[in-house]
Design a protein around this ligand. Structure first.
Ligand code: IPE
Ligand code: IPE
Ligand code: MG
Length: 255
């Protein structure tokens, strides 16, 4: 396929995606960076480096389609088990992203937010992160959420701890704890429900991502690794989402 006809094809896919139902919140497990690199005899970190371009592409498409929220799994609470050199590189890449993407974030009107623990991140990363978050806080475009040192169980556990403290202090009645109350104590309190969960890299698992939030999310998996996940793949996931029949436990379609 020539470059121009392939571009036409992508443009057509954008139109098809726009005509269907657009998910409000897309969560992505960006997996397979290391394998992508190893399959090419490159060091694993090269896969992480290439993965940044895919993050850029996904943010642009989210803006183009008017997706409300996109949450990207950048580092899990379990990823600290990895070799220090890889973790150091990931922190370096993150810091670089938070500085170098500022212009593009502002140009697109993205609102950058971060979910996950902050206490284990290097000071340098935290300070760049806080600057980019506050700089983009008033933007009205897509909310771009980076999940960093994030674990679904850790998130739910700290919500339970906060709620228990409130009960102890007499600020909350145990009987009044309902799903909305739990939801309000999660990082994602004011986010829309996750409609679509994408995982690249071929594995069929959740790996501790947004455990509470994905209760009725549609899943879309691909064998493609994150550095090779293309605009057309993302558009295919969105188009596929719009054909799913979501019943939320009921019987009627689109009830
Ligand atoms: C995902 O790619 C990125 C992070 C977890 C930081 P991986 O680094 O997990 O790549 P694979 O799955 O080993 O190929
Ligand atoms: C999930 O990928 C975490 C991120 C993409 C940041 P992992 O590579 O850590 O997941 P497992 O270990 O294969 O389940
Ligand atoms: Mg992996």
């Amino acid at each position: 396929m020539s470059e121009s006809s392939s571009l036409d094809h992508v443009d057509q896919s954008v139109e098809i995606a726009k005509a269907g139902e657009i998910p409000s919140h897309v969560a992505i497990i960006m997996d397979g960076n290391g394998r992508w690199a190893q399959n090419r005899d490159l060091p694993r970190i090269e896969g992480h480096r290439r993965g940044v371009s895919t993050v850029r592409m996904v943010s642009e498409v989210a803006t183009e389609l008017g997706i409300d929220t996109i949450t990207l799994y950048c580092l899990s609470s379990e990823n600290w088990k990895r070799p220090q050199a890889e973790l150091d590189f990931l922190m370096h890449l993150l810091e670089q992203y938070l500085v170098e993407e500022r212009k593009s974030i502002m140009d697109q009107g993205l609102r950058l937010q971060v979910i996950g623990r902050r206490d284990r991140l290097p000071e340098k990363v935290l300070s760049q992160m806080n600057q980019t978050i506050s700089m983009s806080a008033e933007n009205s475009g897509t909310r771009l959420v980076l999940a960093i040192d994030y674990g679904g169980r850790d998130e739910i556990t700290s919500a339970v701890r906060t709620i228990a403290n409130k009960v102890n202090l007499g600020e909350l009645e145990a009987e009044s704890i309902d799903e909305a109350c739990v939801n309000q104590h999660l990082y994602t309190a004011d986010f829309p429900e996750v409609d679509l969960m994408i995982r690249t890299g071929g594995d069929m698992r959740v790996s501790n991502f947004l455990l509470w939030q994905i209760s009725y999310a549609e899943f879309w998996m691909t064998d493609k690794c994150w550095p090779e996940f293309a605009k057309q793949d993302f558009l295919s996931a969105i188009q596929d989402f719009s054909t799913r029949q979501r019943r939320f436990g009921g019987l009627e379609v689109n009830e």
